[in-house]
Design a protein around this ligand. Structure first.
Ligand SMILES: [Zn+2]
Ligand SMILES: [Zn+2]
Length: 157
């Protein structure tokens, strides 16, 4: 999901509860807080970062609960794990009709931005077909760039 894109939280939560009950799991207050925090922040977030954010509203939530809830979100299509070049796993919020998208990563401030360029996508499809009878099913493009913004607001303190 594009960063900053607003989400219909009640609709998302409803789908989350449906998936949970299908899986025979209960919807707990902690799972709900984690889910809501994850989707309202709507960025590529690590377990530790999400834990810190969740604890501002629910101070007693533990690491394992956040970790397991994110796993659950991945299993049920609400999140995708991403691995950029720093060994961290980041979770990317996914909406129902999510398009495959690519990432631009700032190597100075670690900001992750998304793009979906039709010209690039079409060209990649053509490259695959040039090899013979193949259809492109998945792609992974990561662009690493330096941030030239003085006092970049995203740079960690
Ligand atoms: Zn993404
Ligand atoms: Zn930057």
């Amino acid at each position: 999901m594009a960063e900053g894109e607003s989400v219909d939280m009640s609709k998302l939560l409803e789908r989350f509860y449906e998936r949970l009950s299908e899986a025979g799991l209960k919807s707990t207050r902690q799972r709900e807080v984690i889910f809501e925090t994850f989707f309202s922040l709507n960025r590529h977030i690590s377990v530790d970062e999400l834990l810190a954010e969740v604890r501002t509203t629910a101070p007693h939530v533990g690491y394992a609960t956040v970790y397991r809830t994110l796993k659950l979100l991945v299993e049920h299509g609400f999140a995708r794990p991403r691995h950029f070049d720093d060994g961290q796993t980041r979770y990317d919020p996914q909406d129902e009709d999510e398009h495959e998208h690519d990432h631009l990563i700032c190597i100075d401030c670690r900001r992750v931005m998304e793009f979906d360029d039709e010209v690039v996508h079409a060209r990649l499809g053509q490259i695959v077909r040039d090899f013979g009878d193949y259809d492109l099913t998945r792609r992974k493009i990561e662009l690493y760039a330096r941030c030239r913004i003085q006092d970049c607001p995203h740079r960690p303190q």
